[in-house]
Design a protein around this ligand. Structure first.
Ligand code: SAM
Ligand code: SF4
Ligand code: SF4
Length: 342
């Protein structure tokens, strides 16, 4: 059994929140240039992505995952950047699957799923989330800014469902005046399919996406709009700390969710830690700096010392950025989401 050095109390941060979820960014690269995440003006040909030797190896990720599992993590999400761009990703999933009792999920833009969904499922991936902001092809091509068609992502979602990775969650970031006129069509498409659409409020992640409060469509407004077309009723959360507010269609056509990060923050129940592609530990999506686990990993630090380092960081955690967000905090220097992992 692992031990937590200084005492045996369950690990909790300064606000009493346990460590339950881990998001691991396996690459800071992406084949999309979503304006709200990796605007091409910043992430253009001259952008310096992490050199390969600075990115954690699969063995390093698996070692950290084991230690985080010892500290209470039960759900691990692979993300990025675009995680499916990382070569041999199913090999990492298989390594992580060896950790008993760890639920494995992945967030992806879906473009490579047609070929990789089955190998990921075979390696032990439990579930998948695919991002898709609109079914309107010109709108979607503009939003990913790389001219990827909607059809490619829909094929990816179907491949994931066929591989047994469902119910697939489908994430759509909403920006007023950009794609909010296409949301009813998204809802119509996914109703009755068993796949779960979730609308995400546009967030001020990173420092480069030109976030403005007036582009955020509050989830309450989104729910009203959907309800007017397809009547909804609220559902109870599946578990404490679930980020999506869940509703069901009254006619039995399934479920839909709203992620209210801006208008109704959920910091009080936030149990998520993040590891960037180069092995820094971040305790908030909006953090400015992280704790360097790669340096510890590569300098021969043993598991007990790593556990202690991580536990100390978590115990000191006070983050609740979304609760104190304002026009002022939007301008703070924050790490980019493609690097820290969405
Ligand atoms: N590339 C993968 C994808 O897009 O699904 C995984 C990484 S991406 C950073 C993770 C999630 O963050 C996606 O669902 C994306 O839509 C969401 N996201 C990125 N920037 C966002 C922003 N400014 N506001 C809200 N959600 C955002
Ligand atoms: Fe890439 Fe995902 Fe960011 Fe879009 S949201 S640029 S797909 S990492
Ligand atoms: Fe968690 Fe930070 Fe988001 Fe609050 S702002 S929910 S603490 S990641």
């Amino acid at each position: 059994m692992p031990h937590l050095d200084f005492d045996d109390e369950p690990l909790a941060d300064q606000l009493g929140r346990p460590l339950h979820d881990l998001r691991v960014s396996v690459t800071d690269r992406c084949n999309f240039r979503c304006q709200y995440c990796m605007p091409r003006e910043v992430f253009g040909p001259g952008f310096a992505f992490l050199p390969r030797d600075q990115v954690l190896s699969f063995e390093e990720i698996a070692r950290l995952a084991r230690i985080f599992h010892d500290l209470g993590v039960r759900k691990l999400r692979l993300t990025g950047g675009e995680p499916t761009l990382r070569a041999q990703l199913p090999t990492l999933v298989a390594l992580l699957k060896e950790i008993e009792g760890l639920e494995l999920t992945l967030t992806t833009n879906g473009t490579l799923l047609k070929s990789i969904a089955q190998p990921l499922a075979d390696a032990g991936l439990d579930r998948i989330t695919v991002s898709l902001d609109s079914l309107d092809d010109p709108v979607f091509r503009r939003m990913n800014d790389m001219d990827f068609p909607v059809a490619m992502v829909l094929e990816g979602i179907e491949a994931a469902a066929r591989a047994g990775l469902g119910p697939v969650k489908v994430n759509a970031v909403v920006r007023r005046g950009v794609n909010d006129h296409t949301l009813i069509e998204l809802a119509r498409h996914f109703r009755g399919t068993g796949q779960i659409l979730r609308f995400i409020e546009f967030m001020d992640v990173g420092s480069t996406n030109g976030w403005r409060l007036d582009e955020v469509v509050p989830a309450s407004e989104l729910a009203r709009r959907i309800d007017a077309e397809f009547p909804l009723e609220p559902l109870d959360p599946n578990y404490t700390g679930e980020v999506a507010q869940r509703y069901r269609y009254r006619d039995g056509a399934g479920e839909i969710g709203f992620i209210t990060s801006v208008t109704q923050p959920f910091c009080a129940t936030c149990t998520r830690a993040r590891i960037s592609a180069d092995g820094k530990l971040y305790t908030c999506l909006f953090a400015g700096d992280g704790s360097d686990l790669r340096a510890a990993l590569r300098s021969g630090t043993d598991d007990d010392a790593l556990r202690t380092q991580i536990a100390q960081v978590w115990r000191a955690r006070e983050d609740r950025y979304s609760e104190i967000r304002s026009e002022d905090t939007a301008g703070l220097r924050k790490v980019e989401m493609s690097y820290i992992g969405g």
